[in-house]
Design a protein around this ligand. Structure first.
Ligand SMILES: [Zn+2]
Ligand SMILES: [Zn+2]
Length: 420
């Protein structure tokens, strides 16, 4: 066996274009495990077409999970373009592929500008490369986290495989939300057009069935630390399985006496067994890591209501409908995600403005008051919080129901209620 083949065999990562005998910095089994983990997630969550993901570190000694002609393009990106070091290139799976490719074909100045909060926080916008070659990709990828290559795939970059995966996932989410939002607006204006109508009907056929209300989660109140942890871990798996949140977005908390147990920052909700932080409500001290960035909102709900269980997810149609505002005279237009004077609701669930964290426009100022009344609050362009008194059964059920209602209302407003 030649030296190079042997290295490849040992590491499972390919060094495309390496000269035989040249010293190569093959990263250890950790890197290999990480790569495999996020590749598997992409397929399992229906984000990328199985077998299409290239994940690795580009450069003259580029290291990839497999060899592919596109590695050559990605390896030859000029220095600076790939300064974040890890690149993920994959074909999005349906229905994401149709939505993102439609947007890429019609984007003014080759930039897609979604208005949801995942984009605002993680991507800013989605530039479109002309084609998959070094020059076209380098031109747009330079200071961006991802690039759409029309009818080929999405290139995402990050400091490690987890970040690249997160950016890819945020791009799929943002494309879906924007396509459906734009289509509703186009329908109202009587400007659907042939191409959009075709894309819309293709996407609708590929939508997964809406999740159905279910019970059967552990019943509370939970009196010991281990039951709290088990209940949170169980609920996290369900919320991901039902497609109510993607990647490591969303968070969960449960209050037991003066302790608030909350998912840690950047944790995957279906892997919470060892990823929980305990926050002392009285003095704010934390045990077990860095808490979710939505901690201020969870703490305020704990302080001002009797609800113990709180869930936060980003269900797609809830986000789409939260932005479907027909108020033409709003003085805050363009900034309604931060602060909007017009009260809105969907099916008696209030829609509130606010941004992640506890700043001047923090969600901790809007969500707790709204949730007190309706046991749920939809956040403009962002997602939904739901809560319940003793355990997560009703909080999960409420989130599923809100997403179903938003999906039904979407198709009613489109004029084809039977598609939902
Ligand atoms: Zn969120
Ligand atoms: Zn407004």
């Amino acid at each position: 066996m030649q030296a190079k083949q042997k290295l490849q065999h040992i590491s499972g990562l390919y060094t495309a274009g390496t000269l035989p005998g040249m010293a190569v910095n093959i990263k250890g089994p950790m890197m290999q495990q990480e790569t495999a983990k996020y590749e598997t997630r992409l397929y399992k969550e229906g984000m990328a077409e199985p077998g299409t993901a290239l994940l690795g570190t580009p450069g003259t000694n580029g290291l990839w999970n497999r060899d592919h002609p596109a590695c050559k393009v990605l390896n030859s990106l000029p220095p600076g373009t790939e300064q974040k070091n890890t690149i993920l290139y994959a074909k999005p799976a349906e229905p994401y592929a149709t939505t993102i490719y439609h947007l890429s074909e019609t984007a003014p100045n080759r930039v897609i500008c979604p208005q949801d909060s995942e984009t605002r926080m993680f991507l800013q916008d989605l530039p479109v490369a002309e084609k998959l070659d070094t020059e076209s990709v380098a031109l747009v990828l330079k200071d961006k986290k991802c690039v759409i290559v029309p009818h080929q795939g999405i290139i995402a970059k990050g400091g490690n495989p987890a970040e690249a995966y997160l950016d890819f996932s945020a791009a799929c989410f943002a494309g879906f939300v924007k396509f459906f939002s734009d289509t509703l607006q186009a329908a109202r204006a009587g400007e659907l057009g042939k191409k959009r109508t075709q894309a819309f009907s293709r996407v609708c056929k590929q939508l997964p069935q809406p999740a159905v209300f279910e019970t059967g989660l552990m019943t509370g109140p939970f009196e010991t630390e281990s039951t709290v942890k088990n209940a949170i871990a169980e609920t996290g798996k369900k919320i991901v399985k039902r497609g109510l949140v993607n990647a490591c977005f969303g968070n969960i908390s449960y209050r037991r006496d003066d302790s608030l147990y909350i998912s840690s920052s950047g944790s995957f909700l279906d892997e919470l067994e060892d990823d929980l932080v305990m926050v002392n409500i009285k003095d704010g001290s934390c045990t077990g890591g860095k808490p979710s960035s939505e901690l201020p909102t969870h703490l305020e709900i704990a302080a001002s209501t009797d609800f113990r269980a709180v869930l936060h997810g980003h269900p797609l149609f809830t986000v789409i409908m939260s932005m479907d505002c027909r108020e033409e005279n709003c003085t805050h237009q363009g900034a309604c995600h931060l602060d909007c004077p017009v009260p809105r609701e969907i099916s008696a669930i209030p829609i509130v403005p606010g941004e992640t964290g506890g700043g001047a426009f923090g969600l901790n100022r809007t969500v707790p008051a709204a949730i007190k009344k309706a046991k749920a609050a939809i956040v403009y362009g962002h997602g939904v919080f739901t809560c319940a008194s003793n355990d997560f059964n009703n909080a999960l059920g409420r989130m599923i129901t809100i997403e179903r209602i938003c999906r039904r209302i979407y198709f009613e407003r489109m004029g084809n209620p039977h598609t939902s």
